[in-house]
Design a protein around this ligand. Structure first.
Ligand SMILES: [Mg+2]
Length: 262
């Protein structure tokens, strides 16, 4: 596990020094997950939590609803949905029904508008694009869910049509840690070769996908997993957010040289 944290500049400098010298003809690529590095889904998830509780609570039943911070801390610690229901005061059959309903609701179109871009994410995308990087988005969103967010948040210009890896609208999900490595393999087969590629993501699915593709992974803490959860999967680096990840990769390839030739 190489968890360099945020203040391990000496280790990071060692990594940087080991990377190839930039030349005008090389292409660097950043593959980024969408939810977590770019989009904050926490308000949507919390809204759906309440909506599903409203559906399963019995008249007169007392519930101790979690605060936003309590709820999101549970999600980041991977507390199962039915356990979140139990913590709130549901009995087990209710909690199971709550979890099932939540799974069917949380990605529904009426709730997507709750998502917001994470502070600094757009500027980070601008920095890495302006440095000449090939930008790819890789997400477990379905095509319609990704397009909704790219259009609503005016992010589409960062990702060309052939740089958007997501699930088709009719895809039958196996599970993120299975589906995402498949998406990664497809991307690495289809995309032109790059001198160096990084993957940025906020979950174990991103790290596993990167490891499957044998590319370095940067886990970010701005999403739905806490540091403890990310560390279990041994990303190459854990940073706070996409902005820090972009700063790291730009520095590691000699950002000023890239800008000079772009
Ligand atoms: Mg994510």
């Amino acid at each position: 596990m190489r968890d360099f944290g945020l203040n391990s500049s000496a280790v990071a400098t060692t990594l940087i020094a080991s990377l190839p010298v930039v030349s005008p003809n090389v292409m660097f690529r950043l593959i980024t997950d969408f939810d977590g590095p770019i989009a904050d889904v926490s308000v949507r998830y919390y809204t759906v939590y309440h909506r599903c509780l409203d559906q399963v609570v019995r008249p007169g039943q007392f519930l101790q609803r979690l605060s936003y911070d309590e709820f999101w801390a549970c999600k980041r610690a991977r507390v199962p949905e039915w356990q979140i229901g139990m913590k709130t005061g549901l009995d087990e059959p209710q909690a199971r029904a709550f979890a099932k309903m939540r799974g069917m609701t949380v990605h529904a179109q009426p709730f997507l508008h709750h998502d917001q871009t994470i502070p600094g994410a757009i500027e980070a995308l601008e920095r890495v694009r302006d440095a000449g990087f090939d930008l790819v988005v890789m997400t477990m969103r379905r095509t319609r869910e990704l397009n909704e967010a790219l259009d609503r948040c005016d992010l589409g210009h960062f990702f060309a049509a052939d740089r958007r890896y997501c699930l088709s609208n009719d895809h039958v999900k196996i599970g993120d840690t299975k589906d995402k490595p498949i998406l990664m393999q497809r991307a690495l087969q289809e995309l032109p070769p790059a001198e160096k590629t990084w993957m940025v993501g906020d979950t174990e699915a991103d790290i596993i996908a990167a490891q499957t593709g044998q590319i370095p992974s940067i886990g970010v803490l701005s999403g739905i997993r806490d540091r403890q959860q990310l560390q279990k999967y041994k990303p190459d680096l854990i940073l706070n957010n996409l902005s820090e990840a972009v700063d790291f990769v730009l520095e590691s390839v000699g950002c000023s040289q890239l800008r000079a030739v772009s």
